[in-house]
Write a protein that binds this ligand. Structure first.
Ligand SMILES: C[S@@+](CC[C@H](N)C(=O)[O-])C[C@H]1O[C@@H](n2cnc3c(N)ncnc32)[C@H](O)[C@@H]1O
Length: 332
């Protein structure tokens, strides 16, 4: 796709790298996104990310895209990146590329399929080895100058059933929070939550340091009888932690690999001011745009597959019936 202009609160159809190269520098307050996972899906487009033959190629492409994303992000902006992992030899189907397309799921639209064979072989990794792709990418991003501020565990409270009996089933994914600079926009108060009864109770027992019989440090909780009212709890609630318990939400439309709004709400609330701009270079079914609009932010979306843009647009139009974004920025 040739480089072209765009408008805030619209989805631009094209390849993320090419589109961002044409965008003004430092336009986005924060970036929230989930690129295609390596060898997980085939979106049926020659420019798609995720079907690279080697993991080095995939990591290289992802990091190149996020190098451009860094230019487009404000100097005090943050990037929130959701990534999934996979195993070597998953599925074990044979295909000239090492994997095979299957169409078992009726919801999968034509030209968009699940990779059945996964990663039949991956040079350097043994059969059945977890690839560790999220961390491979996170570490490479650090090498390209991003500051990794937090790995967040998305604890899926309703994980997909797996039939494996030789390892624990997968019930989490990673979300990485990166910043461009050591100081950045982060609204901690916007993402506080109520204290649990257990932590309120614990605050009544200040820690007293003692040593056990081997001289090892041993914290002890001593009951003090302090009334809860005298404990300086923040009235806005407790700070956001690094494990987020969120169920996956089945998406009714034909697109899949959607993340739940609950997962990205804290990223948008903490990472951008009201009226700010949230960029998603892999817009998929439009979850980032929908969530941004619902919380008084603007969005810029990029998506390669026109059919996915239609799906997003329907979801966005439903939200825009009630909320009309005011910001107008157009670039050539
Ligand atoms: C994992 S999905 C994103 C899902 C999204 N977070 C949601 O909730 O719907 C990844 C999306 O990236 C798109 N994509 C793949 N390669 C791309 C590229 N080079 N540039 C832009 N989008 C791309 C795919 O078509 C797919 O819709």
């Amino acid at each position: 796709m040739a480089a072209r202009g765009g408008v805030v609160n619209e989805i631009i159809c094209g390849d993320a790298l090419t589109v961002m190269r044409a965008m003004p520098a430092e336009i986005a307050d924060c970036i929230v996104t989930s690129p295609p996972y390596w060898r997980m899906r085939d979106y049926g487009h020659p420019k798609q990310i995720g079907t690279e033959a080697t993991m080095e190629e995939y990591i290289g492409n992802i990091c190149e895209i996020f190098r451009e994303a860094k230019r487009v992000l404000k100097s005090d902006g943050t990037l929130w990146l959701n990534l999934g992992d996979g195993y070597v030899g998953k599925g074990g189907h044979s295909h000239p590329n090492g994997f095979e397309r299957i169409h078992r799921n009726r919801q999968i639209p034509r030209g968009c399929s699940r990779w059945g064979g996964g990663n039949a072989t991956v040079p350097g990794l043994a059969y059945k080895c977890l690839i560790g792709m999220p961390w491979r990418i996170a570490l490479k991003m650090i090498d390209t100058g991003w500051i990794l501020r937090r790995d967040i565990i998305w604890h899926k409270t309703n994980p997909l059933p797996e039939s494996v009996t030789d390892r624990p089933v997968t019930a989490h994914e990673y979300l990485f929070m990166f910043s461009k600079a050591p100081r950045y926009y982060y609204d901690a108060d916007a993402v506080r939550s109520p204290y649990s009864a257990a932590s309120q109770e614990r605050l009544r027992y200040p820690i007293v340091n003692t040593c056990d019989t081997y001289g090892r440090h041993k914290p002890e909780y001593k009951k003090t009888g302090i009334s809860l009212r005298t404990i300086p709890l923040n009235p806005l609630g407790k700070l956001l932690g690094s494990v987020w318990k969120i169920p996956t939400r089945p998406f009714k439309g034909p697109h899949f690999s959607t993340y739940p709004e609950e997962l990205i709400r804290p990223c948008i609330l903490a990472g951008s001011p009201e009226g700010g701009i949230v960029l998603d270079p892999f817009m998929g079914s439009g979850t980032t745009a929908v969530c941004a609009l619902k919380h008084g932010r603007n969005y810029i979306g990029i998506e390669l597959v026109p059919k996915n843009i239609e799906i997003s647009q329907r979801r966005i139009d439903a939200v825009k019936k009630n909320i009309q974004p005011k910001l107008q920025i157009i670039w050539k």
